[in-house]
Design a protein around this ligand. Structure first.
Ligand SMILES: [Zn+2]
Length: 61
């Protein structure tokens, strides 16, 4: 895993993930967050959709 430094504080940022679901859609975001100032840098966003019996994963970023 690469090391990402906060652009404001210059300290190492934490890698985190959060997900949000609405209906049959789920959005998962992976991001770096600074533990000191809370600055976030989004690394990747995925959209997971359930369609009939299939799961479709769409990488948005
Ligand atoms: Zn910071």
């Amino acid at each position: 895993m690469k090391e990402v430094l906060c652009p404001k504080c210059g300290i190492r940022m934490e890698f985190m993930a959060e997900s949000e679901s609405s209906g049959n859609k789920k959005e998962v975001r992976y991001f770096y967050r600074c533990p000191a100032c809370g600055t976030r840098i989004v690394e990747s966003t995925m959209e997971i959709t359930k369609k009939d019996n299939n799961i479709v994963i769409n990488i948005l970023q």
